[in-house]
Design a protein around this ligand. Structure first.
Ligand SMILES: NC(=O)c1ccc[n+]([C@@H]2O[C@H](COP(=O)([O-])OP(=O)(O)OC[C@H]3O[C@@H](n4cnc5c(N)ncnc54)[C@H](OP(=O)(O)O)[C@@H]3O)[C@@H](O)[C@H]2O)c1
Length: 305
């Protein structure tokens, strides 16, 4: 018997683009379907996409059409409360995962979450849940971006926004695939970027075999690619126009619990970074969004319900 009369608290977008867009609401606990897991959320990261949803950008593009409210939050960590039919996960198991897609009425900014067991992974001992919540969206995006890049064979790759959340994973993962990596970041990020093993530049220069663009510089970054080279962006809804024979590719993340398990394991050993800027309670979601909107944040704001 599931506790269907109970409710849980979530932060959702009720007025996209409005003056007070986010509300805390009580939502009903629903029964699990086969293959699903109910998680007690311990921490949820604040990502740039959440600000775009809050501001109504995705609604205006026609990518979200929710009648009542739109869910916020993509990645999370927590503990299993209940496993649905066909799922072998004990209550209390520490997990992290990703909710994909934009057009949804639920998200990870919540006390509870129901998602497919295939979209999460166990959090290894030695990695705390706040750190684990910063991994899924950005590390998986970077891994899937680097899969698009393929093997570098010594070719020159510029990673824009190399000190950002996605860029900070693209750099080490691309180095492993044999790219000669230079990170474009702010002058104050030099030490961080070099510590990842990349060359560093604060000045965009031209002539790269490939540019990966986590800073979302878009056309400006396409202009840095050599004639006939490749650009890999991170904005599926705003694909830059090709020029000079440059191939344009764009990553669009899909949840992948198996790949996430590997990334969490590598974060637990310290091989990959886990960067937390600040931890705030869920009811201070507006403050977290305001801080991220100001820019210059290194590491993720994390909301704790
Ligand atoms: N396609 C997908 O599936 C997918 C998935 C995840 C994320 N994304 C997108 O990926 C983008 C990056 O996300 P993120 O979480 O990594 O953001 P982030 O942590 O804010 O990183 C972006 C970085 O780029 C830097 N930057 C911006 N302009 C720059 C410039 N001209 N020169 C040097 N550095 C510059 C920023 O520095 P400052 O902070 O100092 O400006 C920041 O360090 C976002 O647009 C996000 O929506 C896409």
């Amino acid at each position: 018997m599931t506790n269907t009369e109970q409710t849980f608290r979530a932060a959702v977008v009720t007025e996209p683009g409005g003056p007070d867009p986010i509300s805390l609401v009580d939502l009903p606990v629903v029964p699990l379907e086969p293959g699903q897991v109910r998680v007690a959320v311990a921490a949820a990261a604040v990502n740039p996409v959440d600000l775009a949803v809050r501001d109504g950008y995705m609604h205006r593009l026609g990518l979200i059409d929710q009648p009542h409210h739109t869910g916020l939050g993509w990645d999370f960590s927590g503990t299993v409360l209940e496993a649905g039919p066909g799922v072998d996960l004990a209550p209390g198991t520490r997990v992290a995962g990703l909710v994909g897609g934009l057009d949804r009425d639920f998200g990870t900014y919540a006390e509870q979450l129901v998602l497919s067991a295939s979209d999460l992974a166990a959090v290894p001992d030695g990695l705390d849940l706040v750190e684990a919540a910063t991994v899924p969206l950005n590390a998986l995006t970077a891994l899937q971006l680097v899969d698009i890049l393929g093997d570098g064979e010594g070719r020159a790759l510029l990673v824009t926004g190399a000190a950002g959340a996605v860029g900070g994973y693209v750099v080490p993962l691309a180095l492993e695939r044999g790219w000669r990596v230079t990170g474009l970041a702010r002058p104050g990020d030099e030490e961080f970027v070099r510590a990842l093993g990349a060359e560093f530049t604060a000045v965009p220069t031209r002539g790269w075999d490939v540019v990966a663009d986590p800073a979302s510089l878009q056309e400006q970054a396409v202009a840095l690619v050599r004639d006939g080279g490749r650009f890999v962006g991170v904005q599926p809804s705003a694909r830059p126009e090709p020029e000079r024979g440059v191939t344009i590719e764009v990553v669009s993340i899909v949840p992948d619990g198996v790949a996430l398990a590997g990334l969490l394991a590598r974060t637990a050993t310290g091989e990959l970074p886990a960067r937390v800027a600040e931890v705030l309670p869920l009811d201070r979601v507006d403050d977290a969004h305001a801080a991220v909107a100001r820019g210059g944040v290194r590491g993720r704001y994390v909301l704790v319900p």
